[in-house]
Structures are given as C-alpha cells and as structure tokens.
Design a protein around this ligand. Structure first.
Ligand SMILES: [Zn+2]
Length: 65
C-alpha cells in the first residue's frame, strides 16, 4: 500500500504502511517521516521517542514455554 507524494513533510515521498512489533503506522519511504495511526501507550515504550527513521532493535526473545 503506497500513497505516492502523500508525505506532509517532504511533499514528494511515498507513504507506505509499516507493520512493526509495536503497531502499524505510515512512514515516508523518502524522508522517514512517520505518521502514527494510533497513540502508543505501551509501558515498554518509555524512551519517549517514536518518530524517526530508525527502527527499534529487537533481538530474539527467549520465550520458551
Ligand atoms: Zn517524506
């Protein structure tokens, strides 16, 4: 799903739907501007920043039953 030239920041970037571990959001593929679809209130997200081109690094979880 791409919305060409729909970026409110750079005006020319294509907005793609990014599905991440903490939700889904639209992000400009050109400048990295992220548009949140819903408020992120997860207690683990205490870094206070969720706007940015960088992705949270998540390693393998040792969730053995
Ligand atoms: Zn952009």
């Amino acid at each position: 799903m791409l919305n060409l030239r729909a970026c409110p920041k750079c005006k020319t970037g294509a907005i793609g739907l990014i599905v991440d571990w903490d939700g889904e959001y639209f992000q400009c593929l050109n400048c990295g501007y992220a548009l949140d679809l819903r408020p992120v209130a997860a207690p683990m997200n205490h870094l206070g920043k969720h706007l940015g081109p960088e992705q949270p690094i998540t390693g393998g979880e040792g969730a053995a039953a």
